[in-house]
Design a protein around this ligand. Sequence first.
Ligand SMILES: Cc1cc2nc3c(=O)[nH]c(=O)nc-3n(C[C@H](O)[C@H](O)[C@H](O)COP(=O)(O)OP(=O)(O)OC[C@H]3O[C@@H](n4cnc5c(N)ncnc54)[C@H](O)[C@@H]3O)c2cc1C
Length: 399
Amino acid sequence: LIYDIIIIGAGITGLATALKIKEKKPGVKILILEKEKNVAMHQTGNNSGVIHSGIYYKPGSLKANNCLHGYKLLLSFCKENEINFELCGKIIIATDAKEIPRLNNLYDRGLQNGLRKIQKLNPEEIKEHEPHVNGISGIHVPYTGIVDYKEVCFKMKNLLINNYQSDLRFNAEVIGIEKVYSNFKILTKSDSFETRLMINTSGLFSDRIAQMTGMKINVRIIPFRGEYFELKKEKQSLIKNLVYPVPDPNFPFLGVHFTRMIKGGVEAGPNAVFAFKREGYKKNDFSIKDTAQSLLWPGFQKVMFKYTAMGLGEFYRSFSKSAFTKALQRLLPEIQKDDLEAGSSGVRAQACDRSGQLIDDFLFVEDTGIINVLNAPSPAATASLSIGESIAKKALLHL
Ligand SMILES: Cc1cc2nc3c(=O)[nH]c(=O)nc-3n(C[C@H](O)[C@H](O)[C@H](O)COP(=O)(O)OP(=O)(O)OC[C@H]3O[C@@H](n4cnc5c(N)ncnc54)[C@H](O)[C@@H]3O)c2cc1C
């Protein structure tokens, strides 16, 4: 059996891509290979569960276009498949006068991205939305929502297997890729599979999978762990919905925020700490191979040099709960160290190029018979069905 398409990785990007290909052309023979025992075990299953509105992203960028379009597709998908979500809205808060120009830029960006219902807030209006939150100016974004992306992925998996006759193999880590005439032979520990087209949606390992095909790529994945605390039950009423700071434009991360979750509870986080292992969810997780690859990459050496203070600050906050609490107190002055319990963590796959840029936009790199997704960080969960749609278009051109 020769597959038309093999997708490597059953996170939300791979699943949404498979679904969109099948919607366009149900007869295409697809196999998804996933090294874990189920879908959504990495970035997708450990994220903040936010349906992003698109306010942050540069108009016209892949992030902006796919987030705005993906938002609509995701809401329809949830409605059609009875997946619980809530458009609870969020506020972005400036706590220091220095942040006001950046907040104003965000507001303009939101309008340029077509988010007409966003509103500027003065300190009293901030209190109307979030009585315990402190800010000198803010933006209310009514579009933002919350969902459980694992649930979205379980539904996608069921549709793919039951309605679209796709093959999904779990516990199938791809360890090698060989070219066989114009096809690819994809090797796992126990099997090999042949395909006309391979799509690489392997998240934290997407650079390594791309290299297995013999491609020369100009980026490496640098893992950044995001750690969360959870608000103790009796303190959850301090936050009604979602509260975000003004992000630092030098970084592709949104800053530590408060997120109410669809399944209940309120999370605070995530920070962004360099991880010494690609799937290093714990502070002491370490892999010599992963660490060496990050540290030896000239681009990451430049990032470390440029942002030493910021990086050390994140490490300090990671190990010091007091420092983490202090960052949160800027938004929510009443919050105390004892109100926070250690929560889960997620690891972001952030591509970094050779020149030292942390790639801000989504990055897709194609070659004959190969489509690689080499950077799909936040808001790729929100954007997944739109990303899937555009990869599906590219994929059908290859066949
Ligand atoms: C802490 C955190 C918070 C976030 N918050 C949000 C949010 O609120 N909203 C939002 O829209 N986005 C958010 N994001 C981003 C979003 O979660 C990711 O962009 C998205 O999940 C990426 O999905 P993916 O399928 O590309 O990658 P992943 O979910 O990481 O999936 C990749 C899959 O490939 C598999 N794989 C890897 N190597 C191999 C191999 N060799 N063989 C077989 N399989 C392999 C992995 O096991 C994994 O299942 C967040 C991310 C993080 C980390």
